[in-house]
Every structure is written in C-alpha cells, then in structure tokens.
Design a protein around this ligand. Structure first.
Ligand SMILES: C[S@@+](CC[C@H](N)C(=O)[O-])C[C@H]1O[C@@H](n2cnc3c(N)ncnc32)[C@H](O)[C@@H]1O
Length: 328
C-alpha cells in the first residue's frame, strides 16, 4: 500500500469525519495505526499533525506508531512523498471544494513518510518558516520573481500560477499585491494547499490581519490541469501566466535534493511543459514567465527550444519571459 490516510486513534469525532471525507475524495484507504495488524503499513501517509505545543503529547500517546507524523521541525515546509508517480492529469478539472475536512485550528494536514530518502513531512505553512522569512526579507518588489512578473511601479497584475506546487511563489506574489490564481493538478498537493489557505485565512487573522486578507482576497486555488484550464479561459484572461515545472535538480544540498526527490516522486516529471507554455502564451494578456535553474535548457521539445524575449536572473534561478501569442 503506497499511500493511505493514517489515523492515530486519538482523533476526535470532527477530525475523524474530516479525514474520512478526505479519504473518500482522494480515493485513499484508511489505516488506523493504533490497532496493530489492522492494515498493512503504508510507506506514505496523509494525516493531521499538531502544532509544536501539542506534539509531545501526541508522541507519548502513540509510541507504537509505525509512521511518525512529525517533521524534524514542524515550522519548516518539509517534504515527504508517496509513490503515486503520476501527474494525476486524469483528475476532473474543478474548483477546490474540500470543505468539511480541512482544519482551521492547530491541526495541519501533512504527508509523511518513514523512508529515509523522504523522511519528514510535506505540509504548507504560508506564515512561518521559509515563507515567513521570504515575506519579511525577500526583497519586496525588487526581487527577481517580482521583476520578472512585472510588479514594478505599483502595477498589480492578475497572475495565474499554472504550476502551484507548494504555493510558495504564488504566496510571495500575492503578498506583494498581485491577484493570484493557483492551479495544481495533483489532488494531494491541492488538498495540502487548500489546508494551508484555510489556516492562513482563519488562524492568522488574529496576529496579522493583512495575511488573512491575502487568503481571502488575493490567493485562489483551482484543482485542474492548467493546460485545459488555460485553453478554456475566454473571459477574465490573466495578465501574466507563471510556470515552474519540475526540472532535473542538480543542487548539492542534501535538503533540496530530498525535497525535489520527494516532490518528483509525488507528481512525476512535468513532461508536458512545452504544451503548457503554448497554452499559457495563448491565454496571457501581457506575458508568460517560466522559472528555470540557472544554466538549464529552455523549455521545448528536443531540438526545438522556445526562445524567450528576455530573462531576469538571480544567483541560482533564471526567469524566462515570453511574449504572448495574439488570438486571431
Ligand atoms: C516544481 S513544482 C512548483 C513549485 C511552486 N512554484 C512553489 O513555489 O511551490 C511543479 C508543480 O506543478 C504542477 N504542475 C505541473 N504541470 C501542471 C499542469 N499542467 N497543471 C497543473 N499543475 C501542474 C505539479 O503537479 C507540481 O506540483
């Protein structure tokens, strides 16, 4: 069994109902690890983890667990993965509707693994950890991503992030003032994003009202294949389409390697990125921006790379900027 919804046996009735609804929505089996032998251990599990203050209690009470539900540092968006290995592109395009399972309290939906190569968990935290740091110290509208999108001189373009992933780039753009629609085709990642958005909207309004406004007004999630979604946009076309498809990661950093390995194992390689670029250029009104590692080849099929009209570069990243294809 590669992936299951894991119950610790400690869930209250509301949590249980939420996890059962999620299992049904994602067609995943449920495994209650508090009952030894009740199910085969899964390599990867989707479950609620608690905020740091509640973690110790959870660990003591469930020492027989086969699957640790905690990351080494619950504030960092660690990654684990499953072995679905597909792009989930067969999933019906639909606006996210995970109401009924997600959490607004201290619970965080997380994908966890005990496997050494992926150990840790994927959960989305738009406020703390890396994203909190990037929001505070990332360089504002002067940072390369913002310049590539065209966020200069007070402009607030509408942006479709066609490859939302963990929502990091989308959140940075939204927190800088852009109206961002995130599109993600993996149902697992879409569920994690939905959970992160709900926590952003509900919990954090108390401490930083501006953040909850972002969740409610500027970041919108759509679970769909972006190629089809972009092709179907006749009205309300976005100013900019942004894409960051999976690419071979050559970084020597063990953490990055682990993250990228995990994400790739979860969603597969994005081999249709040339098609996505074409759909993006036909849909965007102003420009398309493609994120690549510095030195990586241009997007395109084989010997036919699609040439951008320019780029913005940072230390490790290149943002290729493409003109739009006018509709006939
Ligand atoms: C490298 S990750 C993006 C990371 C993201 N920029 C971030 O800041 O977290 C690529 C993601 O794009 C998604 N993706 C790739 N092609 C897609 C498509 N045609 N439609 C929707 N999602 C797509 C993959 O499922 C994967 O989650």
């Amino acid at each position: 069994m590669p992936l299951a919804i894991t119950l610790s046996g400690l869930e209250n009735a509301a949590d249980l109902a939420q996890l059962q609804a999620l299992a049904q929505k994602l067609s995943l089996p449920i495994c209650d690890i508090s009952k030894p032998g009740a199910c085969a251990p899964s390599r990867f599990s989707l479950s609620f983890i608690n905020q740091p203050s509640l973690i110790a209690l959870s660990l003591t009470a469930s020492s027989a667990r086969e699957t640790p539900l905690l990351s080494e540092n619950a504030e960092e968006p660690h990654l684990a993965t499953n072995s679905l290995g597909t792009n989930d592109s067969e999933t019906d395009s639909a606006e996210m509707d995970f109401a009924g399972y997600s959490t607004h309290s201290s619970k965080i939906l997380a994908l966890s693994s005990t496997r050494e190569e992926f150990k840790g968990n994927i959960h989305i935290d738009f406020v703390h950890g890396k994203l909190g740091h990037r929001r505070e110290f990332g360089g504002g509208r002067g940072q390369p991503l913002a310049r590539a999108i065209g966020l200069k001189h007070g402009a607030n373009p509408t942006v479709v992030d066609a490859t939302a992933g963990l929502g990091r780039d989308a959140f940075v753009l939204a927190s800088l003032g852009a109206q961002v629609t995130m599109i993600e085709r993996s149902p697992i990642l879409a569920a994690l994003l939905d959970d992160g958005l709900k926590r952003l909207a509900a919990e954090l309004g108390f401490s930083e009202p501006g953040l909850s406004d972002i969740a409610e007004q500027q970041l919108h999630l759509v679970h769909a294949n972006a190629i089809e979604w972009l092709q179907n946009q006749t009205e309300n076309r976005p100013d900019v389409v942004y894409m960051d498809p999976m690419y071979p990661h050559r970084s020597k950093s063990a953490l990055v390697k682990k993250e990228m390995r995990a994400l790739r194992a979860l969603v597969g390689d994005d081999e249709d990125s040339a098609l996505l670029l074409q759909a993006a250029r036909c849909c965007a009104l102003k420009r398309v921006v493609v994120k690549r590692p510095k030195g990586a080849p241009l997007i395109g099929d084989g010997n036919n790379p699609v040439k951008p009209s320019g780029n913005v570069q940072s230390k490790n990243t290149r943002y290729d900027i493409y003109s739009v294809i006018p509709s006939v």
